[in-house]
Design a protein around this ligand. Structure first.
Ligand code: ATP
Ligand code: MG
Length: 415
């Protein structure tokens, strides 16, 4: 036999409980997003590299070291999507939807980043994503956050998370803040990591976002944006917080939240947890401008977030919230003549939406063993006597009771 092949580094299979948790996250998010008027889109898993390259920022971690970029056989540079937002903005433009704004979009699917794999950090991972495309109002910021909080609450994991919010101001606020940051970091340049030294003048916000321990110590005393906010930017931030209060979403202000990508302005936020070790951010997002323009569309203010499904699944698991496996009804023929009747009975159950299983082979004992293994809720046993009488033996596997039920009444009896 050949050596078994391993999954590619940083990828993982979704099987059994893992799959059920994953599915439950997506289902819950999809359902709640619809309650807030979000429609679901799906965009391609790979895009023209330019969709991501300039938009995410040439100094962002994702662009500098995490993108899966390659030339395809035709010589075009394509990139496996590292995030959803840029592709959704591209789709807004290429589908001619910029005249019908706002568009409220929900999406879910796999993402790809070349990272060092560890718990809660993979090379292929999955996100749920929410965007309001084309809304400048602070109510939109609060609404996407409230919807995120609603999803976490319905998943039963909101308790273990804290919403942290900040503002990155408008362009004049940020210019003033950048200058203050550069001055501060230059004064501490020798203590910074080599990477932060290299980008501190081009993009000092990246330094604030650094995960390096040396950097973090210096960042702790760095100036915050608040002294540099214009009156308009301050008013916007106040309004977002007021709306959050009205939605009843609890939050904590954290001036260190700057987000890792270049396109953010005004609101930035993260739901963080102390339950996942170093991978503490489960959901992150903010307001952004300029992205739709980069794709060739008109100036379009947007706000949105993405959450990692694997990290949410880990929280579900920790909270004992793994959805149970569905419990089928095992239909068990005894004798050859019963086989056809059993298959018909199983089809009748499936047609009314009840999961039913007929084992491919085996005597009564083996089939009962298999029913138990499947955690079947009931066994329906059909032998020659039952066929003659038009009945089945109905065994409730939880209660341990058995009774005779008319074959025709079986679906109603189980519903
Ligand atoms: P981190 O700081 O953990 O690297 P990030 O800021 O790069 O996260 P975003 O780009 O904001 O993450 O993506 C949103 C969410 O997607 C994250 O909060 C996280 O839950 C999830 N996520 C990001 N990268 C990964 C990954 N490599 N593996 C699993 N989940 C991820
Ligand atoms: Mg990252």
């Amino acid at each position: 036999m050949a050596q078994p092949l391993q999954p590619a580094r940083g990828t993982h299979d979704l099987i059994g409980e893992d799959f059920r948790r994953h599915h439950h996250v997506v289902d819950t998010a999809r359902r709640v997003a619809a309650l807030y008027g979000f429609e679901e889109w799906a965009t391609p898993i790979f895009e023209d590299t330019r969709v991501f390259f300039r938009t995410l920022g040439e100094t962002s971690d994702v662009v500098t070291k995490e993108m899966y970029t390659f030339e395809d056989r035709g010589g075009d540079s394509v990139t496996l999507r590292p995030e959803y937002t840029a592709g959704l903005c591209r789709a807004l433009v290429t589908n001619g939807l910029t005249q019908t704004l706002p568009r409220k979009v929900f999406a879910a699917g796999p993402m790809f980043r070349y990272e060092r794999p560890q718990k809660g950090r993979y090379r292929q991972f999955h996100q749920i994503d929410l965007e309001v495309l084309g809304a400048a109002e602070p109510l939109a910021d609060a609404e996407v956050i409230a919807c995120g909080w609603h999803i976490l609450s319905d998943l039963g994991v909101a308790e273990g998370t804290v919403l942290e919010i900040n503002t990155l101001g408008d362009a004049p606020s940020r210019d003033a803040y950048r200058a203050a940051l550069i001055a501060y970091f230059l004064g501490h340049k020798d203590g910074l990591s080599a990477e932060s030294q290299a980008r501190l003048e081009r993009n000092p916000l990246r330094v604030v976002d650094s995960k390096d321990a040396k950097d973090k110590a210096i960042v702790a005393d760095a100036p915050t944006i608040h002294a540099h906010l214009t009156p308009e930017a301050s008013a916007f931030y106040d309004s977002v917080r007021r709306h959050l209060d009205r939605f009843g979403v609890p939050y904590r202000e954290n001036p260190r939240i700057v987000r890792g990508l270049d396109y953010y302005s005004h609101t930035a936020f993260e739901f963080v947890t102390d339950r996942l070790g170093a991978q503490g951010t489960v959901l992150g997002g903010g307001r952004y401008n300029g992205l739709v323009e980069e794709m060739g569309g008109p100036s379009t203010p947007c706000v949105g977030w993405a959450a990692g499904i694997e990290r949410l699944s880990l929280l579900l698991e920790g909270a004992g919230r793994t959805p149970p496996a569905p419990r089928p009804v095992a239909v068990i023929p005894v004798g050859e003549a019963a086989e056809a009747v059993a298959l018909d009975a199983a089809q009748a159950l499936r047609r009314v939406g009840l999961a039913a299983e007929v084992a491919y082979k085996g005597n009564l004992k083996r089939r009962m063993e298999r029913a138990n293994k499947l955690n079947a809720r009931a066994a329906v046993i059909i032998g020659d006597d039952e066929i003659a009488a038009g009945t089945v033996q109905f065994r409730d596997l939880d209660a341990g009771t058995q009774e005779s039920v008319a074959l025709a009444e079986l679906p109603a009896r189980l519903s």
